[in-house]
Ligand binder design. Structure first.
Ligand code: BGC
Length: 806
């Protein structure tokens, strides 16, 4: 895959202390020089800074001193980014595209990064990883280039560097932001040793359509959960101080609304009302900016007709003017060039001009800024002030990262999964996995956890012994041998019980040969229970992994049917980067677990759950459909004029039940709804109460009204073992001037309870939770009625009412 990072190799640290000291001296002495502060930051007084470190006066002075010394070529150098695998493209014009559809950008010669760096014409590298290469390039930047400006090394470290944790969609299923912060921190510490100081993560795009392969890289369909996860990643990556050797700069992507690609097709169009944009898609980006994100990546997609990478409304009005973003914006890969394919630029110069004036500071891989901007600046078509501002933004982040003082990767390089990080990564996988079904059939007790008295287990399927597929499509710089497979872990655990595992692959992930079926069926017949590990390959989701079908790929469902036909109890483990339509399995298989792609500790975590050493606690961050035709399917949809309330949607409609908002061939509801997930114990909810029934409008109508009322409910563990429940709070505005969702998540809390134990859980509701966005992008609150539910999924039933009154 084009963006996979190269393997880092051990090398002696490049020693360039003299140059580093010189550079540090040069710039610290510069601190004392007088500067005209007020002119530096266009409009920065308008809004509190999003990141105090980037907005620090000390950094500001150093930026100004340096900027004054830079030639135009050196300035543009800071605004371009290349990769070592070197590719710069040439886009089609709209006319060429019409004449020769399907022609792709033409790959040109490899760039000579070392040469560009030495001459100050390259500011950052993409997916170059490992001390040897990063330090060599950095050495050229700080020793050889005229102004000694260090490089930034950005990489797609999305869910772990060497020690890999579950894909972000799986992490969202934990509903555990503290855990996500801790994981982000360990990946930052690992990656810094390999020279990486900038992660192209988190991807905070909300997606309501699992056909889109990149759903695996985000937090799913809900903006509230997405915002909580976005904050958690930023804290984990950036810590309190970007300049620490354990922090990296985050790049929040893909700004904006990339996850709403029509029909779930990658790189496709998005088009939506302002209200929907603000309410359902922007909150996670905003949360990330408020948490201090240092950089943002502009998206590939057009939004309402304007490509995100030339969208001044998004990049200036929303991001900088409203949210006060202080960092810099990098384009997505060749997104500047692609403005021509979008048909909004007839030539490269227009594309470069549109992108930089809209607010894209760094051009990733297009080679347009360095090629086109010199002439555009000379002709006055792009003012020098625009270039200067973009350069300032980049330099601020470099100073804040401490790169001028510590440009090199230092210390022993992390080249394999780190033993001390494995327990956290294992815990993450345990919390991420969602138990979807656990029937008693055929015995009295639920099939899971597996009985300790089981003597023979059949382990079947193409993902049962597959280290390469456990880490997902962005596996960082991981090594397959570090991964614990299901087979490794199950054999070890079974042995402790004196049990044996009979393994049969059965089939390939994608394929139609049934030659392995007989062996698999035979294994099941010999065993007390059959555990099937089925699903997608990691490359079937992720970038450019859109699917039009959401079933188990190849002939895996056929294999499942054949094994189930033996009558042996079946546990199905599903590996996937998205919700799949598991309709047959949900009807015929007693135990079903969604495992996503769990990472380095995949097998250990799965086996902990199978045997009940740990009780499942994951909850779905996306609705699982019954059929692909239901997509986009999301719990927080708008009401319709003809809701099919009270109808039996499993029956084909007759005249009386037909003219409703419904399908004639499948129920509307998800197979497994948002927020749903079972444990090995049960939880009951009681007594949802509100602290008051009426809130005066004048009191509510303030942006900063944070505690207008408290919702309280009691949750009780009614089963016979300890377990963790994600208590969720949903709100509905029943009568606004714009239609509002049938319910929206406005709070959650993980609660661990012993058998019989109960706990009161409270959620505070304020302006952010009770307001909505109108179509001018304004958050408003109105006099109206609300319902609030507390429970264990988006189908929670216990509720209370309140209203906002005159
Ligand atoms: C992806 C980004 C990624 C970038 C750099 C693009 O194709 O959309 O998410 O960060 O490549 O590898």
């Amino acid at each position: 895959m084009k963006n996979r990072v190269s393997m880092g190799t051990m090398m002696k640290r490049v020693c360039a202390t003299s140059a580093v000291t010189m550079a540090a001296l040069l710039f610290s002495s510069a601190v004392a020089m007088p500067v005209l502060f007020g002119q530096m930051r266009n409009g920065s007084s308008r809004h509190a800074p999003s990141n105090a470190q980037l907005a620090s006066p000390a950094i500001e002075k150093r930026v100004e001193v340096l900027l004054k010394q830079m030639t135009l070529e050196e300035k543009l150098g800071q605004l371009v980014q290349y990769s070592d695998s070197g590719y710069d493209g040439e886009a089609q014009t709209a006319a060429e595209a019409a004449a020769a559809p399907g022609k792709n950008p033409v790959a040109k010669d490899k760039v000579d990064a070392m040469q560009l760096v030495s001459t100050g014409r390259l500011g950052s590298m993409l997916n170059t990883v490992g001390q040897a290469r990063t330090n060599a390039l950095q050495h050229a930047a700080v020793e050889k280039s005229r102004l000694h400006i260090p490089l930034m090394f950005g990489a797609d470290i999305i869910h772990g560097y060497k020690t890999v944790y579950p894909i972000p969609l799986g992490l969202a299923a934990t509903f555990d932001p503290g855990l996500v912060t801790a994981l982000g921190h360990i990946s930052a510490t690992e990656a810094r040793t390999g020279g990486v100081d900038w992660f192209y993560s988190p991807m905070v795009d909300i997606s309501r359509d699992p056909r889109w392969g990149r759903t695996q890289e985000g937090a799913g369909e809900d903006a509230y959960l997405g915002a909580a996860m976005a904050r958690a990643y930023i804290r984990g990556y950036q810590g309190d101080d970007l300049s620490l050797p354990t922090s990296v700069a985050a790049s929040v992507k893909h700004f904006a609304a990339y996850g709403a690609a029509e029909a779930g097709r990658e790189y496709n169009t998005t088009d939506m009302s302002e209200s929907r944009l603000q309410q359902d898609y922007l909150p996670p980006y905003k949360a990330a900016v408020e948490a201090g994100a240092a950089t943002i990546m502009s998206a590939f997609n057009p939004l309402n007709g304007v490509p995100a990478s030339a969208n001044r409304y998004l990049l200036q009005d929303v991001l900088r003017d409203r949210w006060g973003f202080d960092g810099f914006v990098v384009s997505d890969y060749t997104a500047v060039m692609e403005l021509r394919n979008h048909g909004i630029a007839l030539d490269a110069a227009t594309a470069a001009r549109k992108a930089i004036t809209a607010g894209v500071d760094v051009d990733m891989m297009s080679h347009y800024y360095d090629a086109e901007l010199p002439a555009l600046v000379k002709s006055g078509k792009v003012p020098m002030s625009v270039i200067d501002e973009a350069v300032r933004r980049v330099l601020r982040v470099k100073f804040a990262l401490g790169l001028f003082e510590h440009p090199y990767a230092e210390g022993p390089e992390v080249t394999t999964a780190v033993a001390e990080h494995r327990p956290l990564v294992r815990k993450a996988a345990e919390e991420a996995i969602v138990l979807l079904k656990n029937d008693s059939s055929p015995s009295e007790r639920p099939l899971l956890p597996l009985s300790e008295s089981i003597k023979k287990i059949a382990l079947i399927g193409p993902l049962a012994d597959n280290s390469g597929e456990m880490t997902g499509s962005w596996g960082g710089d991981r090594r397959d041998p570090d991964v614990v497979t299901v087979k490794d872990a199950l054999e070890a655990r079974a042995k402790k019980n004196g049990a044996t595992v009979v393994y049969a692959k059965g089939t390939e992930i994608l394929g139609d040969s049934e030659t392995g079926f007989a062996e698999a069926v035979d294994a099941a017949k010999q065993a007390d229970v059959a555990v099937l590990a089925l699903g997608e390959s990691s490359e079937m989701s992720g970038e450019a992994g859109s699917r039009a079908h959401l079933d188990l790929p190849g002939n895996q469902e056929k294999l499942l049917e054949a094994v189930a036909a033996t009558g042996r109890p079946v546990v199905l483990l599903v590996f996937s980067g998205r919700p799949l339509a598991l309709t047959w399995a949900a009807q015929h298989v007693p135990a079903l677990m969604e495992t996503w792609f769990p990472g380095t500790e995949a097998g250990s975590a799965i086996v902990d759950l199978l045997y009940g050493d740990v009780a499942p606690s994951g909850k779905l961050p996306m609705s699982f459909p019954r059929a692909v035709g239901q997509e986009p399917l999301y719990y927080n949809h708008f009401p319709t004029g003809r809701p099919p309330i009270g109808l039996d949607l499993t029956k084909a409609p007759n005249f009386d039940s037909r003219f409703f908002s419904r399908y004639i061939d499948v129920p509307n509801a998800a197979l497994f709804p948002f927020g749903y997930g079972l444990s090995y114990t049960q939880f009951a909810y009681q007594g949802v109460t509100v602290s008051r029934n009426a809130i005066p409008f004048d009191e509510a109508n303030h942006n900063d009204a944070r505690n207008l009322m408290t919702v309280t409910a009691t949750v009780r563990n009614t089963g016979n073992r300890e377990g963790t429940e994600v208590v969720q709070c949903y709100v509905r505005n029943l009568g606004a001037s714009l239609e509002q969702p049938v319910r929206s998540l406005e709070g959650f809390e993980r609660v661990t309870l012993k058998p019989g134990e109960s706990k009161q859980v409270s959620f505070k509701l304020g302006f952010p939770e009770l307001s909505f966005y109108d179509n001018t992008g304004r958050a408003v609150i109105e006099q109206t009625d609300y319902t609030v539910w507390v429970g264990g999924s988006s189908e929670a039933a216990e509720h209370a009412e309140f209203r906002i009154v005159p």
